[in-house]
Design a protein around this ligand. Structure first.
Ligand SMILES: [Zn+2]
Length: 419
């Protein structure tokens, strides 16, 4: 079938919504949320249900060494790269009904819609459920997608830790999802539909977000050193108060960040003062700073501002300081052509879109290191997720899934070959 013969709307929103609510019954919590921690019995039930639905839709379901599930609808071109679409079925301990699940079941709905319309694609379309995205039982999170892209090695039990003493690869066996290390899925492009988990789309009144990338994250540790002194006897001019220096630094850096970019996020999330005694001027303060932006250059400039400000505290507050970089995760930039496919699919459907970065990490961050990748966001009520009250309106689920399906179809109709 040519692209011009494709129906204006492919997917069945109410069918997807019914699947979401059925899936939400597994690990259901009293306030409407879900608890399906990775590789628990609840996760196994969710996987079994998903696999059954995929087989009913005519897909071949295969599992790799990290327990990632791939449900494939074949294309015409043998050996062509797959259009991969999915997300994760595991949840937080007090998780919602949409985080991750939406992307997996919207992928399945895309396959069902292609079946219903009798559309044959050039490339295979494969729906994926990544293992342990949330990182609750096993750390690090995004485990399955990290394994898929080669950032983790199959069988390396030591690289994956669990607070409850569980073992990742043992639990894959226990749940029946230890798959083949030989499984290879060549990827032409990866699409992930996900709830925004922030307030931007809702506040803008827009149903579909075209995600430009994932913010970079940089953690800095600042240590400020003044002098412990008696609170009652030390005159103002003789104090070298590490807390006051920390307070000045925090407020000045909030202003500096706002001047550099409204999208620059700066958080002083952990602050300690010593000796932490009511009647002693604190001689030492340690601060952990979390910086986020989608451009490395802006993270560099903000770090430069912080280093200069800390050096300046010697003159203004009599307090010395050091700055150390604890973590640096580079920003991810999603594929420009795939963003354009998503945007034009929405435009054809008359759905307004907004381009925005993702504040959170996703499996698409890992996929982007080896293949073209892109994400679609739909609004989260109140910007809330990782919470039982997480909610996305049925209409937004429908719109997001339709845009996803149209984009996947467009990509899968492209003649096989280098993308
Ligand atoms: Zn998620």
């Amino acid at each position: 079938m040519s692209a011009s013969a494709v129906p204006a709307r492919l997917t069945d929103g109410p069918r997807l919504w019914a699947d979401l609510m059925t899936m939400a019954g597994i690990g259901a919590l009293p306030a409407g949320g879900c608890c399906r921690l990775s590789l628990t019995d609840e996760d196994r039930q969710a996987r079994d249900l998903f696999a059954g639905w995929c087989r009913e839709a005519g897909c071949t379901v295969r599992v790799d060494a990290f327990g990632n599930m791939f449900a494939t609808r074949p294309g015409r071109a043998a050996g062509a790269g797959h259009v991969l679409v999915g997300s994760h079925l595991d949840t937080q301990p007090h998780g919602g009904r949409f985080d991750g699940v939406l992307g997996v079941l919207a992928g399945l709905e895309t396959v069902r819609a292609l079946n219903a319309a009798g559309i044959e694609t050039e490339r295979p379309v494969t729906v994926v459920n990544w293992t342990n995205e949330e990182g609750v039982r096993f750390q690090p999170g995004l485990t399955g997608s990290a394994g898929f892209v080669g950032a983790l090695t199959a069988g390396d039990e030591a690289a994956i830790t669990a607070a409850d003493g569980a073992r990742f690869f043992e639990d894959l066996h226990r749940t029946g999802y230890a798959g083949s290390a030989a499984l290879q899925i060549p990827v032409a492009g990866y699409y992930e539909l996900h709830i925004e988990q922030g307030p931007v789309l809702e506040q803008a009144g827009i149903a579909v977000g075209v995600v430009e990338g994932v913010q970079g994250v940089r953690w800095l540790a600042v240590t400020l050193t003044g002098e412990d002194r008696h609170a009652g006897t030390t005159p103002a001019g003789e104090r070298r108060d590490a807390f006051m220096a920390a307070a000045r630094l925090a407020l000045d850096m909030r202003t500096a960040a706002a001047l550099l970019s409204p999208d620059l996020r700066i958080t002083f999330g952990r602050v300690t003062v010593e000796p932490n005694s009511t009647n002693t001027v604190p001689g030492r303060a340690t601060l952990a700073i979390d910086l986020r932006h989608s451009q490395t250059a802006l993270l560099d400039r903000m770090e430069g501002e912080i280093r200069a400000a800390v050096a300046g505290l010697a003159g203004s507050e009599g307090v010395g300081g050091t700055v150390a970089r604890l973590m640096d995760v580079a920003p991810v930039h999603f594929d420009a052509r795939m963003q354009a496919i998503i945007a034009s699919a929405a435009e054809r459907l008359g759905i307004r879109t907004l381009r925005l970065p993702s504040g959170a990490m996703h499996d698409a961050s890992n996929l982007a290191t080896v293949a073209p990748a892109a994400m679609i966001f739909v609004p989260s009520r109140g910007g809330i997720s990782h919470n039982e009250s997480e909610w996305t309106e049925p209409q937004h689920v429908t719109e997001g899934c339709e845009v996803l399906a149209q984009a996947v179809l467009h990509h899968a109709l492209q003649p096989a070959g280098p993308w």
